[in-house]
Design a protein around this ligand. Structure first.
Ligand code: 5GP
Length: 122
């Protein structure tokens, strides 16, 4: 139903065609460091499926995948040691929402953030 482009960068990372700095992987999700970090901690979590955006994911993904993905997001945050310090989750949806890579992903960011994330901690 979606116009998913199999040549997008995250699809290529999922297929192992491009490298990434992996921090976590399970049956539902892959997490890796953002190549252009906007904060001391900036990790991307992507589902293992062809979903363009959060709108597509929340509409088309099987319930088990939705649950498994969001559980993975929490697991990654815990694994990164962010339970005490806190963290933000960012999901840009669509070009108008600032999305650049059209494979659904969630940013986990923690620490002082650059203005792109709309909130700068002093
Ligand atoms: P978006 O703006 O779509 O929400 O976020 C896309 C993110 O992907 C950006 O933060 C960008 O830095 C990151 N990114 C783009 N290309 C690559 C890549 O090849 N490897 C990694 N690890 N991150 C990338």
């Amino acid at each position: 139903m979606s116009d998913y482009d199999r040549t997008n960068i995250f699809a290529r990372i999922l297929r192992g065609e491009l490298p990434c700095k992996k921090v976590y992987e399970d049956a539902f999700a892959l997490a890796f460091h953002d190549i252009n970090p906007q904060a001391p901690v900036h990790v991307l979590v992507i589902p293992k499926g062809e979903y363009v955006s959060n709108m597509d994911f929340s509409t088309a993904a099987p319930t088990e995948m939705v649950a498994g993905f969001w559980r993975a997001v929490g697991t990654v945050a815990r694994q990164l040691g962010l339970e005490q310090d806190g963290y933000r989750l960012v999901a840009n949806n669509g070009a108008g929402g600032g999305q650049v890579v059209f494979h659904f992903h969630v940013h986990i960011v923690s620490g002082k953030q650059k203005p792109r994330f709309g909130r700068v901690h002093e």
